[in-house]
Structure formats: structure tokens, C-alpha cells
Design a protein around this ligand. Sequence first.
Ligand code: NDP
Length: 274
Amino acid sequence: MNRNLKKFNGEVVIITGASSGIGKACAFEFADNGALVVLAARRDNELKKVEAEIKKRGGEAYSVKTDVKNIEDCKNLVDKTIEKYGKIDVLINNAGISMRANFEDLDLSVIKELMDTNFYGAVYCTKYALPYLLKQKGTIIAISSISGLTPLPGRTGYCASKYAMNGFFNTLRLENIKKGLNVLVVHPGFTSSNIRKAALNKLGVPQIETPRDEGKMMSASDVAQIITKATINRDKNLILTQQGKLTVLLHKIFPSMTDRIILHEMAKEPDSPF
Ligand code: NDP
């Protein structure tokens, strides 16, 4: 990406989950390219650090403490953005959490937490931002997952939330296609971030340790660069990582065999629940 081109000059971009990982990397990438970025997450102190860094780099950012599970917080995020900048060009529904436990052992509250955050959080933000995005003929980005296209054992609630996002956002695109709104659904593969440390165990407590080698994964900044390009191109779908692309393709052609390969691979994780 040529930073001199400032592809998003003056565009207002809301990013949920901007305090860490892919959301934080998107905040830097969009701001470096001229966007006015609105940063949302629960940890205000982390948002303020991202905001300060963007301003230090000559960009413009504004933090709004938001818990996307809370409808009023999502409305407030949109209201504050309009008060400050008067429009919304891009909404990135990125905030998310994961889990790791077999459903048989799982406290049901974990499924609810995953759906409330990953699915309903994205629905609430979209509901309030939609009128402004339609006015701008803008873009909604939904950060789904390869786990929104193929199963991942030990992550029933996570997969359910991501499959739900795909159905919702692919349909929203169709509903608004004649109005000039673009909806981009992104399916990242394994990406180095805090997601596996923050993932909930069977009791709903963060597992703290990642069970995978984060160093071997795609970086969040590479994901962010690909997302900015796809936003400019008004792409509709993105599947990331070679492994992710291969898994989705193989699962379409040989579903049973690919299911067995996925289970075998995931069983290699330390303390695997299966
Ligand atoms: P991180 O854990 O690094 O970041 C998650 C972000 O979501 C944090 O900023 C966190 O902020 C925010 N968040 C979590 N819950 C809430 C909430 N209730 N309200 C507001 N913000 C919230 O993970 P990633 O960067 O990896 O994850 C970003 C997205 O990418 C997620 O949707 C994830 O499912 C998806 N993804 C990630 C993959 C990966 O391997 N990393 C693979 C496929 C998809 P805070 O705690 O401050 O609220």
C-alpha cells in the first residue's frame, strides 16, 4: 500500500475491537491512509494508547469505550461518531472472542457470551450505523473466520457465531446492493493476536495460554493491509492464509475426509479436549 496516496482521505472508519490484534492493526492501516478512525472496545486505556500512537504518526483518531454486547453502547458509538465527524464511511465489525472446550463439558453461558459478542454485537453496531453508511454508499466489513465456513472442534459457540455472521452479512449485502452499500465478509485464518489467550474455557474463564505457535501465523498487520485493499476494491469476500484457502476448498470437495484432517490437526494442541 502506497501511504502517500492516502486512499481514505477524510473517510470516517469505525473499528470495533480496536484495542488489540486485527482491529488495532486496521486502525493504524486505515489512519496511515488518511482515514479518521473511531476506536471502540471495552479497555479504554488500551484504546487511548492506540489513539495516541496514531496521532503521533500524524493521523486522526477518536476513542469511544464500548461493550458491543450492550445495545446502548453500540448506539452511543454511532451517536458519538456523528457528533464528532458528521458521517460514517466504513464500519468494521471486528470485536470478537473465542472459546476452547467440547460442548458436552461446556457451561451454556459460554455459548451466550460468544453469540452476544461476535454476532449480536455486530448486528447492533450495524443497525445504528446503517442509515449513515447508506448515505455515504459506504462499506460494512464483517470479520468472520475460516471457522465461519468449516467446523473447528472445541469451538461450537465460536463457529456458530461466525456462521451466523456470514448468513446475516451476505443477506444484508443483497438487501442493499441497489443502494450502493458494499458488504465485505472477511474470513481470516490463524492470525497472531490475543484471541487464543482471551478464549474462554469450559467454565467461561479466559484460558490465558495460547495452545498454538503464534509465531507461525499470519501477522495482524498483513491482514489489515489486505483488508484496506479489499475495501478500496469493494470486494465482497476474502479468505485468508494458504492453509485457510486450502481447508475451505478441500471441505467443499471432500467434506468427510477434510473433517477428519481438521480433527486430527486440532487434537495435536496441548491439552486438547478431544
Ligand atoms: P484479539 O483478542 O487480539 O482482539 C479482540 C478485540 O475484540 C479486542 O480489541 C477486544 O477488546 C475486543 N472485544 C472483545 N469483546 C468485546 C466486547 N464485548 N466489546 C467490545 N470489544 C470487544 O483478537 P483478534 O484480533 O484475533 O480478533 C479480531 C477478530 O478476528 C475477531 O472477531 C476474531 O474472531 C477474528 N478472527 C481472528 C483469528 C485469529 O486467528 N486471530 C482468525 C479468524 C478470525 P477489549 O478486550 O478491550 O474489549
